[in-house]
Design a protein around this ligand. Sequence first.
Ligand SMILES: Nc1ncnc2c1ncn2[C@@H]1O[C@H](COP(=O)(O)OP(=O)(O)OP(=O)(O)O)[C@@H](O)[C@H]1O
Length: 464
Amino acid sequence: MSENRTNSKRKTGREWRVAAWAMRHPVISSGMPALGYAAATAPEITAAAAGTGLAAAIAWGRAHPDSFDHVVLPHLRNLRRRWLSTTYTGPAWRRNMREANLVREHPSTGELLVPRILRLRSYSAAVETVWVRMLKGQTLKHWMDASEVLAACFNAERVTVEKIAPRKLALVVQRREPFTYTIPAPDIPASVEEVDLSAVHFGFDEFGREWTEGVTDKHILIAGATGSGKNSVLWAPLFTLAPMIAEGSVRLWLCDPKQVELNAAAPIAHRYASGEAACAEVVSEFLEDQQATQAKLKEQGLRKFTPSPETPLNILIIDEIGAILAYASDRVRMVNNKQGLALVGSQGRATGHVMWAAVQEPTKDTVPVRDLFTLRICLRVTAAVHPEMVLGEGARMRGALADEIPNVPETAGIGFKVAERTRTPVRVRAAYAADADLEALVKYVLAERAEHEEQGGSHLRLVA
Ligand SMILES: Nc1ncnc2c1ncn2[C@@H]1O[C@H](COP(=O)(O)OP(=O)(O)OP(=O)(O)O)[C@@H](O)[C@H]1O
């Protein structure tokens, strides 16, 4: 008996399907009839109200574009993409799903079962996210395999797929390159108190959100081919940190094997080394400093450090980590560097010793300590295996097509990082500091430092 019931060949009645749709879209199903009723019964009042609303929106948009773009525009974009575009509205969505082979026939009724759109958010004109309920029996893999076809059907550059819940997933649809402009160097905060070490500015992400990172507890690896803009990722955060660098609560230890890239920051560095031997010395000194801090914290019965001029945050910046770990001429030095960086990577965060390194070839041979980096950024690379090496297994399948970023100057500083919570690749672009910005940064730090020294250090904050 129960078998007969589940295998009925009749489809659910149209009225019930319409009712279900109306329940899923309460704003449209109640708003449209209400609007129709108002227009029919009081056309003048409805027209006047609509006109006033439109005029107010135009006035808002012209008077305060920033808040309008932030508050109103995303809703208008959501509305347009969801209900007025030819991608996601009923028949078009069904067609696209069919093209991508993501539909199936109901075994008894023959009805075409189509994955359902749950929500759409258009974060910018370039990117939108579509939450979808998969059909029973579908897996993330079905959708990942279909992502190229989906991109073609949606007329998008790429579609990445992310699992949200057992039958729910999100499609990140990139319509075009979101970064068509160079992001200027960040402003220097007015004072040390305004520096937030948990949100240091690096650039922007594809959703138009500020790209910030906490820097006290992260070792950062930036991979990218030559000219991909690795240096911009190393330089950008220094602007936010500038007041603390001047105060001495952030110390920069610079390893510049190529002897050019970090040279401009030498005057504000705690240590600066160019060339193989000097870099090895800095690595070893950095490790000694870490071990001394460990001993000091132990003596004081503390388990964590608080950045201050007495216990500073130490950042070891290595322009080309391969040059000190793999390509160096002296083997003993390479082994020492590797051991030193392994200890920094595994123990440094507790004492405020972190490393930021750039690398062109992110293989295990070049960066044997790769897994110790807790934030990894993959800019334009030359091989399809590199995004996986940098961002983790499956990253490329989830959309981190860093090897497909065109090798043109306009793409410098663009790459992917992996969102911490969801492991989804997010396209980011680092702010770019031109030579004049770097000079201004150095000048600022030196001037502030001189002022601090003149005041005899009385401004220094006491250790907590
Ligand atoms: N974030 C950025 N935004 C816009 N343009 C950038 C950005 N970063 C770099 N560029 C441009 O790209 C050029 C190359 O950048 P950069 O030298 O930093 O690359 P790199 O990856 O460090 O290369 P290499 O490994 O050869 O040192 C820069 O001279 C600059 O013109």
